[in-house]
Design a binder for this molecule. Structure first.
Ligand code: NAD
Length: 400
């Protein structure tokens, strides 16, 4: 009998426990640990932050979807000692393991930029994303008393996937807030260091997204490298290297993510809290430890670069790590992780988006892309939880 411990109930961890139940011998003990008993579909946090979705739609109760074989423990991991095969917690006695899957997910990254933590709003989990929407609504509501125009300005820092998808949703929810509180138009401004957005898409799709923003009066300040966040102000170098300041009473930070701080706290060799793993997703010299999702960097043998950190890859890696533990338990060799992406989609609100379908080399935009994103969301709900969760929480408005 062996104890298999899975840390993290996100995309990778949930998928791993699902497969461990099939791959591990019946006598093995499977334990899943997370600091909360609620799983969040984090690819939809931008909708919570913009107030366009009920948070209950993107969460589910972990104990109710894991099988009977899995023991769930609600506890906060503080450290992993691979030499002792032990995990420590803030609020639970240490646990020993024979096999470990580390799937502790991401956190918002400040890149050491001054004032980010104190003066801007991250959106890395349900609580912080709900706080973003509360802040937006309270600030707009407050305008009636203050008449301060900075209450009607929202700065989104970073035009990666999160920033762009958030802006898309805000174009839907802000007109409703303006009408509710009878304010003048709320100004949305996005600051991005690169001269263009979303370099993974071809130029026509990038242009489509830029045009979408222009059509909805979103101002994109490209080539704007943020150097500091002050209370109520974004400080940046513009494309001509001039220092600029933009004042706004809502500043949202979507400038990138790193893996969980537990990785650095546990003295793993890492970069931005990501550990470079072996081809089979195990830790070098520790075939009993697998590191998956946003805390790992996995080389893509085709491109010779690490795979990007996406929910789809986290789901696939969680499954492969579980299968590899099953293979080890049956004295078989492990299988290297290979992922063939079927494409990428970025939503621009509920009804619009851009996407690339790799299998058919097709580029899609508009309603078609947003429908594709909903299909991906539905599939991921089914893969991380099960069919009935998908039926309760999935997006079905595209089917009629
Ligand atoms: P990101 O790293 O993808 O984007 C951050 C953006 O901030 C980049 O465009 C970067 O150039 C910009 N930036 C960095 N430093 C800056 C500075 N000082 N000033 C101005 N701009 C600066 O991060 P993200 O959008 O939070 O996404 C995190 C991860 O999650 C990524 O791997 C992303 O691919 C993934 N994700 C995918 C989807 C999807 O597939 N639909 C959705 C959300 C997130």
């Amino acid at each position: 009998m062996a104890t298999i411990l899975v840390l993290g109930g996100g995309y990778a961890g949930m998928r791993a426990v699902k497969f461990l139940q099939k791959s591990a011998p019946a006598t093995d003990e499977i334990i899943l640990v997370d600091q909360t008993a609620i799983h969040t579909e984090k690819t939809n946090l931008h909708e919570v932050a913009a107030g366009t979705i009920d948070p209950a739609k993107i969460t589910y109760d972990i104990p109710s979807v894991i099988g009977k074989r899995v023991t769930f423990i609600e506890a906060t991991v503080t450290g992993i000692a691979v030499a002792d095969q032990t995990v420590t917690f803030a609020d639970h006695p240490d646990l020993q393991y024979d096999y470990l899957i580390v799937a502790l997910g991401f956190q918002s990254e400040t890149f050491g930029i001054k004032g980010v933590t104190e003066n801007s709003l991250p959106m890395d989990d349900l609580a912080t994303s709900e706080a973003v929407y509360q802040h937006i609504e309270q600030t707009i509501a407050g305008y009636a008393k203050t008449k301060n125009h900075d209450d009607l300005k929202i700065a989104v820092c970073g035009a990666g996937f999160t920033g762009i998808e958030l802006l898309g949703e805000l174009t839907q929810s802000l007109p409703k807030l303006q009408a509710k509180y009878q304010t003048p138009a709320v100004k949305l401004v996005c600051f991005e260091r690169m001269p263009s957005i979303l370099p993974m898409f071809g130029q026509p799709l990038r242009d489509y997204a830029i045009n979408f923003m222009a059509k909805h009066d979103v101002e994109m300040r490209l080539g704007a490298s943020i150097t500091e966040i002050q209370p109520g102000a974004v400080v940046y170098q513009d494309e001509n290297d001039q220092a600029q300041t933009f004042t706004a009473n809502t500043i949202i930070w979507t400038v990138g993510v790193s893996g969980s701080h537990v990785i650095a706290d546990s003295n793993f060799q890492q970069r931005r809290n990501r550990v470079m793993v072996e081809p089979d997703l195990s830790l070098a010299d520790h075939p009993e430890v697998f590191i998956v999702g946003d805390v790992s960097a996995v080389m893509d043998p085709n491109s010779n670069r690490p795979y990007p950190t996406t929910a789809q890859i986290a789901l696939a890696a969680g499954e492969q790590a579980a299968k590899n533990i099953g293979q080890l338990r049956h004295d078989q060799a492990t299988t290297p992780f290979v992922y063939q992406s079927s494409g990428t989609v970025a939503s621009l609100s509920d009804r619009d988006g851009i996407g690339e379908i790799l299998s058919s080399q097709r580029q899609v935009h508009g309603y078609m892309a947003s429908a594709l994103k909903k299909v991906i969301t539905d599939r991921s709900l089914m893969e991380s939880a099960h069919l009935s969760t998908m039926l309760h929480k999935g997006r079905f408005d595209l089917y009629h």
